[in-house]
Design a protein around this ligand. Structure first.
Ligand code: KG4
Ligand code: ZN
Length: 338
């Protein structure tokens, strides 16, 4: 049993949590989204500076919420990769310093491993093996979870992540940032009337890759469609129909790949994570397709799907219970395979 205090600063959320194995004692998430919205996307320098300002108070708030002091903490963890290096360094440096000052073990956690562990927090009875579909602003991955630290990346995007596609399409429709929630809302009033490319990846033998995806062609297709619709004189842009058609295409692409991957690898549970897990189109399509195949789908609450430190603490607790620890020379890396 380990009580871990974890820091997550890989992108635009400053998060601190205290978790005891699969039980959350405190989870503080301070979003910088309003700060970045004026730029239409995340500005790395601004993110790092904001983490520096927010992290200290967030740590104090987490300890106060959990009603614990440093003596009760068994280990300190921080996300060390992948992400914005300057942003990651804030959490890693703070985590290592706290570990040194309070004489606790330190553990650097891979951000994607954190997203996998969010599914254990959502369902503490969940046990591997299972398939994790991770769909966020930075990742679109299909990961076979075998055990703690044993992950097989079975599929990924070759270009834009699913959330990135939502954000880019929203930008070209002048809908603001982040785009996913706005498109999701608009799509409810629209019809799937435009055929858009799903983004299949060709393999050398001419077949499509069963699990990899591509969303940059879809974004370009939406751009062309919008240009064509705008040039049709006198007609207002059928924005809800564009949103519904785009969302349907993304949900279809993700559903097909996740179902094929789970079936081919005899995995009976698909656990979904990342901000795009909130998407109503994806939820409907994946749930229906999984039910038809006798598969279980686990959609954690959105607070666990989007970036948070509870998932990092949960992963770290499992590792610390197994005696794993990071060296205090650990740095931060923008990219790192799982
Ligand atoms: O996991 P997340 O909060 O942050 C990381 O990227 O790590 O994911 C953010 C992404 C954004 O691209 C946002 O547009 C997308 O999740 N998103 C959605 C929805 N809510 C958030 N995409 C589609 N439908 C939604 N309802
Ligand atoms: Zn994330």
């Amino acid at each position: 049993m380990a009580i871990v205090l974890a820091l997550e600063t890989s992108c635009d959320e400053t998060a601190v949590a205290i978790v005891e194995d699969r039980t959350v004692h405190a989870s503080v998430v301070s979003s910088q989204i309003d700060l970045h919205r004026q730029y239409g996307g995340i500005v790395p320098e601004v993110a790092s500076r904001e983490h520096v300002l927010t992290l200290g108070p967030a740590i104090e708030q987490a300890l106060a919420t959990a009603q614990l002091d440093w003596a009760a903490i068994d280990g300190i963890a921080a996300t060390c990769a992948p992400g914005l290096v300057g942003a990651l360094l804030v959490g890693v440096t703070a985590g290592k310093t706290l570990a040194m000052v309070h004489d606790k073990p330190f553990l650097g956690v891979h951000h994607l491993e954190g997203h996998i562990y969010a599914t254990y927090l959502a369902d503490p009875a969940l046990e591997p093996p299972f398939l994790c579909l991770l769909v966020s602003g930075g990742h679109t991955s299909l990961i076979q979870v075998q055990d703690c630290g044993e992950y097989v990346l079975l599929g990924q995007t070759r270009d834009d992540a699913a959330g990135e596609a939502f954000d880019k399409v929203a930008r070209l429709l002048d809908l603001g940032y982040p785009g996913g929630p706005v498109i999701d809302r608009l799509a409810r009033d629209g019809q799937v009337v435009f055929a858009l490319p799903e983004g299949n990846i060709s393999q050398p033998d001419g077949s499509s890759h069963p699990y990899d995806s591509s969303f940059s062609g879809l974004k370009t297709a939406v751009l062309r469609l919008v240009g064509k619709l705008r040039s049709q004189s006198g007609e207002a842009l059928p924005i809800a129909d564009v949103a519904a058609s785009f969302q349907h295409t993304v949900a279809t692409a993700l559903t097909k790949r996740a179902i094929a991957c789970a079936r081919d690898h005899q995995l009976s549970t698909i656990a979904v994570g990342g901000g795009v897990a909130a998407n109503s189109g994806l939820r409907q399509q994946l749930q229906a397709a999984a039910a038809a195949q006798g598969l279980r789908v686990l959609f954690p609450p959105l607070s666990l799907c989007t970036d948070n430190a509870a998932m990092i603490a949960c992963a770290a607790a499992d590792h610390l219970n197994r005696g794993h620890e990071s060296d205090l020379s650990l740095g931060a890396q923008s990219r790192m395979p799982l």
